[in-house]
Design a protein around this ligand. Structure first.
Ligand code: C2E
Ligand code: CA
Ligand code: CA
Length: 725
């Protein structure tokens, strides 16, 4: 049905219908006119014939039975009645074989039938008593009467003649009925004649009507069918162009525009379509291509994701989205300038394109964020390998004018269809996974898991809460002493950030510091913490408590922040703290993705202020001992992972001894972190380390409690109790 109405709405259908209507109307008019003429001729012929027949019949009656009937004529000579003149009217109106002969004579003249009727006073009907009709076997037909309701009855009853069609032997025939009147003027009977020839003319007319209209209809259908076929044929190129336009609109056209070689209107249309396709190509280029790298942009990635997701339900293989984010790219941009940043992005996009294949689509969707969609994935292992390959490509050093940069990237992987059903969801979830990869350790990859979305939400929540944490005085410091195991005296003390949230309670620094670093809030938070630490140092200085130095943790982002050295100086001055009472702890990550010279310069400036510098978490990550002699550090803090179970682990013992002798050679102080047990302490002490920070001596606690803790340590230290505890 739809197809049918569709046809009807088509140009072919409409034109054919219009043509059909025009042909139909003209044929109907000519057929109607022909039929009307025929009708007229038939009518006039019939009326002349029936008129003549009636006159002849009446005259034959009068001439054959002059003593019984006389004809009454109208002015134009038509018989209006037969007057009975018989002496015995009853006898004259009764059947006798003589009437058969008389009627036969009348019928022969007419080429039709003749009947005589007698008025029945009892039934008021006119009963036939003589007729020319016979059954096929020659016997008389059944009796017949003209009663009320018969077309001629009313005229006859009124004593008038009747002309018109009347039912005769089962069909309608044109007849003339002349009333027979008694001498008293009453209706006594009737003489009915019809004309076979005129009757046949009517039959012929009716047959012709059927023929005329039937053939008109047949011709009409034939014309319609031929018109439809021809129109369809001539409109086919238009339909093809229309289908092509649809493909163009859907962005699915692969072939060139058809019919461009034609010279007619279709050709002109095809040329117009060529221009539309060219324009669309340009628009697509502008809408879907990343100008910098020439690969797809975010819109293209979303488009590809949409198409891939659509095909996913029926597909044999998995499809996956890999969300690739360069680690520390912003810092590179800040350090080397945007031009260098741009050229790095181009190099990376070229390398990613090397992994390109028929089933891979690559796009840059943000500054340093790329997506890779792969549709022929067979297993998660395959994706893991792919992620590693990408990481390898990214890692290849990029040569700049002076140095070579080695980049890493974090990759989040979402399985399309399983982890996401819309393009937006796919990007979001793959980004969650990427953030997790980045959060855990840069340069890795992670598959999306539904908890990630919750955690990401949680992270956002913390980020929001952190905004007001400083104003609400929720952030404070705890302090953990560093102890010389030889005499339990304090060599320094580390300030550790704490956050007590109104509803969430204590939020560990491992959680909020990283979030603050990612969001950039660390800059404000860091200087707030430095200020708190200096205040405490000033208070202890004032009270005469000998703490040596307060170590303050400083995030890489703070060091990279322009004007950091000036800020430290201001805070020191503001709190009237001597610079040598403050130690700044940084981790090796301060150099990652940075110009080492620039970072080193900042460290030198800090040292020139008088503060000491400590390299934190040594051994936990990158740990290249090689550059230690080039850097202005005073102290090395050995990571807790080296210390745990050191009393039984020979390898750890060797490494630790090595580090300690190296540090001594470089004239670096050592602080060993995370010493929890007596055994660990004894071993660390045995290899000549003179500063330990760990739960074995003291957990981080309120500044106010520190002097008492130390006093106690000194007491038990001198008595030796703690050592044997
Ligand atoms: P970190 O700088 O390595 O700090 C030492 C961490 O080890 C502290 O955890 C401390 O409580 C813990 N620790 C000390 N001795 C032991 C021990 O014997 N056993 C165990 N299991 N742990 C021990 P905390 O306070 O949770 O801090 C975690 C990290 O948060 C710090 O590691 C540091 O990276 C960061 N952080 C803390 N405060 C600050 C701050 O003010 N600024 C910055 N930028 N980072 C901070
Ligand atoms: Ca530290
Ligand atoms: Ca540490």
């Amino acid at each position: 049905m739809l197809r049918f109405t569709h046809r009807f709405h088509s140009l072919t259908g409409q034109t054919t219908a219009l043509l059909l209507c025009a042909v139909a109307v003209s044929m109907m008019i000519s057929a109607g006119l022909g039929y009307w003429k025929l009708y007229e001729v038939t009518a006039s012929n019939s009326s002349i014939r029936i008129d003549r027949a009636a006159r002849a019949a009446a005259n034959i009656m009068e001439a054959s039975l002059p003593q019984d009937f006389s004809v009454k004529l109208a002015a134009d000579g038509k018989p209006v009645a037969l007057q009975l003149t018989a002496r015995n009217e009853e006898a004259a109106m009764t059947y006798s074989p003589m009437y058969d002969a008389l009627l036969k004579k009348i019928g022969a003249g007419n080429h039709g039938a003749a009947n005589l009727f007698k008025f029945n006073t009892e039934t008021s009907a006119l009963d036939r008593f003589a007729t020319t009709f016979r059954k096929p076997d020659g016997s008389m037909p059944p009796p017949m009467s003209i009663k009320s309701g018969h077309p001629a009855y009313a005229n006859l009853e009124a004593g008038k003649p009747h002309t018109g069609e009347v039912p005769v032997m089962g069909r309608m025939r044109l007849a003339y009925l002349t009333p027979i009147l008694s001498k008293s003027g009453k209706l006594a009977g009737a003489l009915a004649v019809d004309v076979g020839w005129a009757d046949d003319l009517i039959v012929a007319r009716d047959e012709l009507r059927m023929l005329i209209f039937g053939s008109a209809m047949a011709i009409l259908f034939a014309v319609a069918a031929i018109g439809m076929i021809m129109m369809r044929k001539s409109l086919r190129p238009l339909n093809e162009l229309a289908s092509f336009a649809n493909l163009v609109a859907a962005g699915n056209q692969t072939n060139t525009v058809p019919h461009t070689n034609r010279k007619d209107e279709v050709g002109a249309l095809a040329h117009g379509m060529v221009r539309v396709v060219e324009l669309q190509d340009k628009l697509t280029q502008a809408a879907y291509v990343d100008e910098l790298t020439g690969i797809g942009n975010r819109a293209k990635s979303l488009l590809d994701l949409g198409k891939t997701l659509e095909l996913q339900p029926g597909s044999k293989n998995m499809a996956a989205l890999l969300y690739i984010d360069l680690d520390g790219f912003k810092q590179i941009n800040d350090a080397y300038g945007q031009l260098v940043g741009d050229s790095i992005l181009k190099v990376i996009s070229q390398r990613l394109c090397k992994l390109n294949g028929k089933n891979v689509k690559i796009a840059r969707i943000g500054a340093d964020e790329f997506t890779l969609i792969r549709t022929d994935v067979t297993s998660q292992r395959y994706l893991r390998k792919l992620a590693e390959k990408i990481a390898e490509q990214v890692k290849i050093p990029i040569q700049l004018e002076k140095t070579a940069l080695e980049l890493t990237c974090s990759i989040g992987i979402a399985i399309l269809g399983r982890d996401a059903s819309t393009p937006d969801e796919a990007l979001r979830n793959a980004a969650h996974a990427m953030n997790f990869a980045k959060y855990e350790s840069r340069g890795g990859h992670k598959f999306f898991a539904s908890e990630m979305a919750d955690e990401a939400q949680n992270r956002l929540r913390i980020e929001r809460m952190l905004k007001s944490a400083i104003q609400n005085d929720e952030i404070f410091l705890e302090f953990q002493p560093q102890i010389n195991p030889a005499d339990n005296t304090m060599t320094g003390i580390e300030a550790l950030a704490r956050w007590h949230h109104e509803t969430d309670g204590l939020i560990p620094p491992d959680m909020f510091i990283k979030i603050a670093e990612e969001s950039g809030q660390i800059v404000e938070l860091g200087s707030y913490l430095l200020d708190l630490a200096c205040k405490q140092a000033a208070a202890w200085e004032e009270s005469g408590f000998e703490f040596q130095h307060v170590s303050v943790n400083v995030s890489p982002r703070q060091i990279w922040q322009p004007g950091f050295v000036g800020l430290v100086k201001d805070i020191l001055t503001k709190n009237s703290v001597s610079a040598n009472n403050i130690c700044i702890e940084v981790t090796e990550s301060v150099f990652v993705g940075r110009d080492e010279d620039k970072v080193t310069a900042v460290l030198h400036e800090l040292r020139n202020l008088g503060v000491s510098l400590s390299l934190d978490d040594f051994g936990s990550g990158y740990s290249s001992l090689g550059y230690l002699n080039r850097l202005p550090f005073d102290q090395l803090k050995i990571d807790r992972s080296f210390v745990t179970n050191i009393d039984t682990d020979k390898t750890k013992q060797n490494v630790m001894s090595g580090i300690i002798s190296l540090a001594r050679g470089l004239q670096l102080n050592i602080v060993v972190e995370g010493v929890e047990t007596l055994e660990e302490m004894l071993f660390v002490k045995s290899i000549g380390c003179n500063a330990i920070q760990g739960y074995y001596y003291a957990k981080p606690s309120d500044a106010g409690k520190i002097p008492a803790i130390l006093e106690q340590l000194l007491e038990v230290g001198s008595s030796g109790k703690l050592m044997s505890a």
